[in-house]
Design a protein around this ligand. Structure first.
Ligand SMILES: C[S@@+](CC[C@H](N)C(=O)[O-])C[C@H]1O[C@@H](n2cnc3c(N)ncnc32)[C@H](O)[C@@H]1O
Length: 383
């Protein structure tokens, strides 16, 4: 079997260069050697540990509160049935399992839902099947397959895994950073010839940045945002995107490789490390809003979870399991503290225009934030 590295070398011999997005796409999702296709990368550091850990794996509170957000949006939308509940990039299925457990006592909610998971990895689909065994699930290959009709959509740390192109400002205009075959057939970065065709791809706020500035753009993310914007403009619904990145366009580079919780060289051993880049929330919101939906936020994750009642939920869980109180408090702090995940991670909501989200806003995006306790099922104390 041809290794991913050999496959990339052959492509480079034929094509001369690959965009960074081409490389990232192959390294993450190539059917044989792609990082996400090989197994379960999640977990804390340690000998048997994974490469990274995400918010739903840190605490059940995260998925529970996102479940509350979905149920609240569904109630505001007038309890449409059927209603697609879609998750993009569900990982182990933990967020969805926590969201469903926390909302099972919302009258009519689960009966109305058609659950769809957009997942590229067969190994992770299997993990999701284990996590969500009690529920009927349909798996989709891409967001374009989301069925017509009322829609609730969630995506946590999905957009940061989508391939980015990189451009550098030169004396002769924007030039694309590409991957080429270097000495000894090793993969290396190079700069393609500058072209005026690159300039419109750069966010307007950065187009006249000084020479040497590097900017990342994520065409796949913008396409999905435009697709959601178009859908939500015509059919009722709400989407919640949670990820890490700046609120307004910022220069990069932010593309990074992580392996066993450590930084790794991006071009070394493709397929062996997770590759992510910061999400440009302003460009996502603009792509979606240009297609006709409303964009709310972004709001820092800490503020969003605070508005949805994470303090109260942590207190409930700690009262039910006093010996775990310290761990529950630490998880709450990790998810909400601006110095930890609470500031860099942000939430962006996309909704259909008009009532109930205009005037008004989805839960967590209103100012001032609501103080009401979340309507969690009383029996959702533990996973
Ligand atoms: C960083 S993980 C996040 C997992 C989960 N949302 C969580 O918070 O734990 C990225 C997820 O997106 C999936 N994924 C990555 N690229 C994808 C693509 N192009 N299409 C569909 N799923 C993709 C991965 O397999 C994985 O399930």
């Amino acid at each position: 079997m041809v290794s991913l590295l050999d496959h990339l070398r052959r492509r480079l011999e034929r094509e001369g260069m690959l965009s960074v997005a081409d490389y990232m796409g192959e390294a993450l999702t190539h059917p044989v050697g792609g990082y996400y296709m090989r197994g379960d990368p999640f977990g804390a550091p340690g000998p048997a540990g994974g490469d990274f850990i995400t918010a739903p794996e840190i605490s059940q509170m995260f998925g529970e509160l996102i479940g509350v957000w979905c149920a609240d949006s569904w109630l505001r939308l007038g309890q449409p049935a059927p209603c697609a509940l879609v998750e993009l990039g569900p990982g182990r299925g933990t967020l969805m399992a926590d969201a469903l457990r926390a909302t099972r006592q919302v009258p009519g909610f689960h009966d109305a839902l058609d659950i769809h998971l957009v997942e590229v990895s067969p190994a992770l689909r299997e993990r999701q099947r284990e996590s969500l065994g009690a529920h009927e699930i349909t798996w989709l290959d891409n967001a374009g397959q989301i069925p017509e009709g009322p829609l609730l959509l969630i995506a946590n740390e999905f957009f940061d895994a989508l391939p980015v192109r990189q451009f550098e400002q030169t004396a002769e205009g924007w030039a694309e950073r590409v991957v080429v075959l270097g000495p000894d057939d090793a993969l290396a970065f190079a700069l393609a010839a500058p072209s005026a065709a690159n300039r419109p791809l750069i966010p307007a706020a950065l187009r006249d940045a000084p020479e040497g500035t590097l900017v990342e753009v994520c065409p796949a993310a913008l396409n999905i945002a435009a697709f959601l914007g178009h859908r939500l403009a015509r059919q009722p619904g709400a989407a919640l995107i949670v990820d890490y990145g700046p609120a307004s366009p910022a220069p990069g580079p932010t593309l990074q490789a992580l392996r066993h919780h450590r930084h790794h060289e991006v071009l070394d051993a493709p397929g062996s490390a997770d590759l992510t880049a910061h999400v440009d929330f302003a460009s996502l919101a603009q792509a979606a809003a240009s297609a006709g939906c409303l964009a709310h936020g972004p709001v820092p994750q800490g503020d969003f979870l605070g508005a949805l009642g994470i303090e109260l939920r942590a207190a409930q869980l700690a009262a039910a399991a006093p010996r775990a109180a310290e761990a529950i408090g630490a998880a709450r702090k990790r998810l909400t503290d601006p110095a930890e995940m609470g500031g860099l991670f942000k939430t962006l909501a996309l909704t259909s225009p008009g009532p109930p989200f205009d005037p008004g806003a989805p839960a967590g995006f209103e100012a001032p934030a609501p103080q009401s306790p979340p309507p969690l099922s009383p029996d959702s104390q533990d996973r």
